[in-house]
Write a protein that binds this ligand. Sequence first.
Ligand code: NAD
Ligand code: MG
Length: 395
Amino acid sequence: MSSGLIGVTVLGATGSIGASTLDVLARHADRYRVVALTANADVERLHDQCLAHRPEYAVMADEQAAQRLCERLRITAPDIQVLAGMEGLESVAALPQAGYVMAAIVGAAGLLPTLAAVRAGKRVMLANKEALVMAGRIFMDEVRRNNAELLPVDSEHNAIFQCLPSQSFSLDAAGVRRILLTASGGPFRTVSLSELQYVTPDQACAHPNWVMGRKISVDSATMMNKGLEVIEACWLFNAAPDKIQVILHPQSVIHSMVEYQDGSILAQLGSPDMRTPIAYALAWPERISSGVEPLSLFDVARLDFERPDMKRFPCLRLAYEAMEAGGTATAILNAANEVAVASFLAGRIPFTSIPEVIEAVLSDVTAQDAVTLEIILADDARAREAAARRIQGTA
Ligand code: NAD
Ligand code: MG
């Protein structure tokens, strides 16, 4: 089918980023068509999305869920092919008829499908920051080797990308002094350390400015999200960790900034709605409408800035340390975080144990050079086991 439309695959379609992506795509049916949609196990939601967006392929990571989706679609939309498992995810990430891939699976599960899109030389719109945190060097090498186009969707990185010159291979050559990575501070920005012990999963997921999936919401509350974003920025923009300054900015209106040698600071501002960076990544270097309400600066009225507090939010410190340590340390950090966050969400550990578990795992598991994916995935697995042991020990 050569319709002149750009084919798009959405990995993680049923999530928060996936749904926002489909919203933007539906506004531009004259430009894009959906080729494949994927999800983990939410059959109901993927089925609805299939009927609304009519992809050629639907993939469920969970085999039984794929079976159920297949049975539903056989009646409602028999022309849609259903695939399953990691193999299915990787194959739709590399389809020749989809030039663009939205990488919006949450966590380590997104690494291999996102890499498959990179290896197929796609325009990869990256929301799945964990892929870069786990395997930044291999990932960026593969982007160059395969001539893939990597466009950041994370709002901060998308803002930084917008504030950098379009052809900048080195921050020094572009005259950049520092990247100023803004952080809302999450729902507990002003909560004391002694109170943090008692916060619940629902309180942690009630972000003041953004509506997101539960894992990234907890990451925002611990500020591990900002830590993962520091690592993500180091890889995306070829920056040393000390070139990235985190700045608390509770209004989430400035999405990040770039400070230049001449004293200029460029910022990107907008309503906190992920459809802006998604539309930018889709249309770059053009701009298209996104459905986002224009920002009223009169309503915003003021912009505040504060230094982050690494004592109340040790996850940010741990992320900087892991990036400095290098090798598989960031993959170990990420895996320990995923296990600790899942345990917190399940009510098994208190909020303040999340950084404790991660710090313990970083000392239990020795990092090594991250030369192959196998080494990274083996350390990811070792870190998950170590985290589970630590959690059992504290329970
Ligand atoms: P979400 O939990 O809402 O959605 C996650 C998606 O991944 C779902 O479609 C789910 O089915 C799929 N998925 C989960 N586990 C999977 C597995 N094992 N195999 C295959 N698919 C699986 O998450 P989200 O908030 O949309 O975030 C997605 C990614 O984007 C994360 O990496 C997050 O850090 C990043 N991100 C999100 C936001 C945001 O505003 N939500 C902003 C910036 C970056
Ligand atoms: Mg972000």
